[in-house]
Design a protein around this ligand. Sequence first.
Ligand code: FES
Length: 505
Amino acid sequence: MKRDGQKTSVWQDTVRPVPYMESRGSYYDIVIIGGGITGVSTALRLQKSGKKCLLMDAHTIGFGTTAGTSAHLNTVIDTPYSEIINKHGREKAVFVAQSTKEAIAEIVANIHDYQISCDYMPHDGFMYAQTEKEGEALEKIKDAILAVGLDASDVTTVPAPFDILKAITFGGQGSFHPTKYIMGLLQAYINLGGHIREHALVQTVTENERDKLEVKTSEGQLWLTQTVVYATHTPPGIQLMNFRLAPYRSYIQVFELEDENQCPEGLVYDMQEPFHYFRTVCIAGKRYLMVGGQDHKTAHHDNEKYNFLELEAFVAAHYAVKQKKYEWSSQYYESQDSLPFIGLYPGKSHTREFIATGFGGNGMIFGTLSSVILTDFILTGDSPYKEVYAPGRIGPLSAIGELLTENMDVVKHFIKDRLRLEQIEGFVEIGNDEGKILKYQGKKIGIYKDSAGKLFAIDPVCRHAGCIVKWNNAEHSWDCPCHGARYASNGDLLNGPAVDALRKL
Ligand code: FES
């Protein structure tokens, strides 16, 4: 299985893609764009309801974040309920908590109904504080968890070798193997007659005069449909949602320990900023420790590789490590007001395009929830969650401040990254396996020299809205600091919202 980075995740390495016949149709009731957990779950639900669906991906099924997630199934999500209550009020926070439970129930029901073997395990969660300040914050988090109707209680130990000052536990969490899960869903979708088209990069969706949507790819292929679902994180092209989402990278490693019994029973979180998380992953019957964290805004770190070193040092200080088995990073999107956007695509003159994005670090939960909400919307025109997750919401006042800060950051990159460029006289000044944006013969270029010394030169102007991309030395990609588009070392497009590759020089 392929992924949008150079590193191999455990989920890519331990799954077999489902074979299928490529679609030959030209009209579908619904076209779902994006073959991650959101797209596959939504396509299956809609196909099951009797709709004729086409599931499309610019690359291959599972190419994006689903193969790079940590695959936590949690009701206690990354954004603390205390923050959600502050921003959105208790009533909406209760809805959010309820919806996360519904998402886990949906996953469990799918596993049962479609007999999917995907290492699902129910767990308790644990969160621990190591300082007085963290302890006070943890107390607030616990109160908020209780206020939204979930359970939480104090404990004196956690299943991890850390000195703790205070800790809480909460039930109803889980973990699974995300790519085995989506392959199980995909097989069920195919069995129900669902169609698939991979390597189809959607560039435009337009309404024609016969009231149909025309879905056009970069290759010029055209499909007609009634309804489009964008399960692509940020939807393609330049549009309002770009300004309401911020892209982040997160880092994950998997270790074989000297004593596999040190791998935690449960999901464990610390309270550092950014926080670390720990879980167990089973490979061929053996237990391994998975650790993640070091999150930062995409292309806002000088040396991405350093995050792996930090994580590894953190683990080595607390565990007896036999060997590191995997490491990779992946991308997620935070919304301006900390809640996802799931529902009608705002700003359209019709009600036949839907989006699902801004899941933060909880893509498995909100991707699954999106399949429930969007199916309800498309089949009945309504959903109990339509207001909480409405993409067109204005949101709280505090979120407007965050929105402005976020977009000032984009403007800053747009200007600053054009001015400060290193001038080189010859490409010999670039080391093997190094990528840089620089000036050469008066021109701004991006150069990557591979480990054999072969050069790849690109125009570093992002094809989305013109910011300057940055070399990601961990995943060997050109990442855009503005809205998170990513390109391979040769300039090929990996992730939107851009819909074109970088210009190759
Ligand atoms: Fe928007 Fe690059 S992703 S300018």
